[in-house]
Ligand binder design. Structure first.
Ligand SMILES: [Zn+2]
Length: 392
């Protein structure tokens, strides 16, 4: 299929899980080669670099958005707002908006920083991890990405994605295809993830949005085949989405454990994962025991972290890790106080957390995101060479 292709289309749909794609039969007739894909432990901040470079977080250094403090990226300056927020609690929402604006516009942090409800006093200990964001980096920490490989191969790249709304990205790609622009089309559709967080997998609420994605993708497929013929076409995702069954107030639970309260480790509460830094190594056993009493959660030991490709010996992302069982969220967490309808960031083997690959390319299909990277490299290798590299 891909040996003499002058164009190829790859669409990354954020949050499109295997279960949802199969249940709705998304593009089943057009893309009959289909496989569940194991994601990477963590969130999109882990999945994107893995997909783009084919390497695990421990190799790229890119895992979670926040780490233990220190420059660059320190949040310590924002911690000074703690006193103001404590004195005038009504000002807190405005302070948060201002802090998010500063972080996003002046320091170039990703827009979803605005969704984090990290308590101001905790910011003293934290830093924004040096993270390559965006859809089209040529390299991540020296490793070439898919975009870098395309550039090196001299293949014209048509990239569309955040912050452009999904339907507009699809429409722009169609215009370029209709105009006969050959090359690799790489689309990042990011809005389905947001819809799923709010509506989860409620078939009634999801029917409209899913139908419009299916129609847009189908149009893109038909027009690409009509214009170029034999176009390799793949719909991929970074992770799945689980319906939230309930929340666990992990912070209150731990505060009620005397051993934990005495050790008082520094903590970061994400939606599905809590991580801790010990004040003293001698606290380890007592803190571990307190953590193992949290319901619907499991402690991740060192061998598990190593197996997931997320073992950082310097402890920058944490020294102890607690992962919620699929469908349970830490609530409240630094992701917010509201219980979301859908969430991701669980054990990558949990059924609703599986990502997906749907394609018309007849090849041995990959089983994980690193394999999807190699699968896409094969498509790139098989494409005809075209002068110049261009982003649109
Ligand atoms: Zn999400």
């Amino acid at each position: 299929m891909s040996c003499d292709a002058v164009a190829a289309v790859v669409i990354l749909v954020d949050g499109l899980g295997w279960v949802l794609a199969e249940r709705t039969g998304l593009l089943r007739d057009l893309l009959p080669q289909r496989a569940p894909i194991r994601s990477v432990l963590g969130y999109s901040s882990a999945a994107f670099p893995a997909l783009l470079t084919g390497l695990p977080p421990a190799r790229t250094g890119q895992w979670l958005l926040f780490k233990r403090g220190g420059e660059p990226g320190s949040l310590a300056g924002l911690a000074r707002l703690a006193g103001v927020a404590e004195r005038w609690p009504r000002l807190e929402p405005a302070l948060r908006r201002a802090a998010a604006g500063w972080a996003i516009h002046l320091r170039g942090w990703p827009a979803h920083f605005s969704t984090f409800a990290i308590p101001f006093p905790e910011m003293r200990h934290l830093a924004f991890a040096d993270h390559v964001m965006g859809w089209a980096p040529a390299a991540i920490n020296g490793t070439p990405t898919l975009f870098g490989h395309l550039r090196a191969a001299g293949i014209t790249t048509h990239a569309f994605g955040y912050p452009t709304p999904d339907q507009r990205s699809l429409a722009s790609a169609m215009r370029h295809i209709d105009a006969g622009h050959a090359g690799m089309y790489l689309l990042y559709l990011w809005q389905l993830d947001d819809t799923l967080h709010h509506c989860a997998t409620d078939p009634l609420q999801m029917a409209g949005p899913l139908a419009s994605y299916a129609a847009g993708l189908e149009q893109l497929y038909i027009r690409a085949q009509a214009r170029f013929g034999n176009v390799p076409f793949a719909v991929i995702s970074d992770h799945g989405m689980a319906t939230v069954r309930g929340g666990v107030d992990v912070r209150s639970h731990l505060a009620a454990q005397p051993a934990f309260a005495a050790a008082l480790p520094q903590a970061f509460y994400d939606s599905t994962m809590a991580r801790f830094w010990l004040q003293s190594e001698s606290d380890r056993a007592a803190v571990q025991e307190a953590l193992s009493s949290v319901p619907h959660a499991q402690l991740l030991d060192e061998s598990r972290l190593a197996a997931e490709g997320v073992l950082f010996r310097d402890g920058r992302f944490g020294e102890l890790f607690l992962l919620m069982d699929e469908g349970w969220v830490i609530n409240p967490s630094y992701y917010g106080a509201q219980l979301p309808a859908g969430m991701h960031g669980y054990d990558p083997d949990a059924p609703d957390s599986l990502a997906t690959l749907l394609t018309n390319v007849e090849a041995a299909l990959p089983t994980d995101l690193y394999g999807v990277h190699r699968f896409l490299l094969d498509i790139i290798a098989g494409m005809g060479r075209h002068a110049g590299t261009r982003r649109t």
